[in-house]
Design a protein around this ligand. Structure first.
Ligand SMILES: Cc1cc2nc3c(=O)[nH]c(=O)nc-3n(C[C@H](O)[C@H](O)[C@H](O)COP(=O)(O)O)c2cc1C
Length: 200
């Protein structure tokens, strides 16, 4: 039995990226009915921006944290434990203002922890979240994949590799703001890719 972690990051609950992530999870469930599914819903429960107290907690060794710093690190510890338990991570990612949603960036800031999810070695950084697969369900108004304007995909690949997740696949639903015909084509394209990836 594997564990699939779904991460929703759209600003709206019924956002297209959330819906694509739902579609992937449903397809996965159909193929792997015994698997455990966990939802981290950043739409309804966004994590806060990093602040001074949280960073102080990150950089204080556990045995030296007082009660306040222990409380400050709790959410990050919980998010990391959830990720460590996952074999597959499906992230719904809308493009907002040429980047990832700030909800997802805030989440990444909580799960990138030196000594826990990555470490520095004499050969450079090493990601510690190994053996996982990530599926990015990307919803976009325009069409950017394969062009230099798609900094979102490169960033996601780089960040996930930094924490050790090197097997990353993308499902794109692009051109959603380019009229009904383009939007239905994009949805069909995404549905076919979801069917392909959920069957592996
Ligand atoms: C605040 C905001 C910013 C957006 N910025 C972009 C953008 O930079 N490029 C783009 O192609 N689409 C942009 N869009 C369109 C969204 O990517 C598209 O509608 C996508 O489906 C949104 O996903 P969601 O429904 O999950 O929020 C933007 C939409 C919103 C609401």
């Amino acid at each position: 039995m594997s564990t699939l972690l779904q991460i929703n990051t759209s600003a709206r609950a019924a956002g297209q990226a959330n819906r694509l992530a739902d579609d992937f999870v449903q397809a996965w469930h159909n193929q792997h009915p015994q698997d455990r599914i966990i939802l981290r819903d950043l739409t309804r429960h966004p994590v806060p921006h990093l602040d001074e107290r949280t960073l102080n907690a990150f950089f204080t060794p556990p045995e030296q944290r007082d009660a306040d710093l222990q409380a400050a690190v709790r959410l990050s510890d919980e998010l990391i434990a959830e990720l460590q338990a996952a074999d597959v991570v499906a992230i719904g990612v809308p493009m907002y203002n040429f980047g990832i949603p700030s909800t997802l960036k805030a989440y990444f800031d909580h799960i990138a922890r030196a000594g826990i999810t990555f470490r520095y070695t004499s050969n450079g950084p090493e990601g510690l979240l190994k053996g996982k697969r990530a599926i990015i369900l990307a919803a976009r108004g325009g069409i950017y994949s394969g062009t230099l304007m798609d900094t979102q995909s490169a960033y996601l690949r780089d960040f996930l590799a930094f924490v050790g997740i090197t097997e990353v696949e993308f499902v794109y639903a692009e051109g959603l703001a380019k009229g009904d015909e383009a939007a239905s084509k994009a949805r069909l394209h995404a549905a076919a890719r979801i069917a392909e990836l959920s069957a592996i």
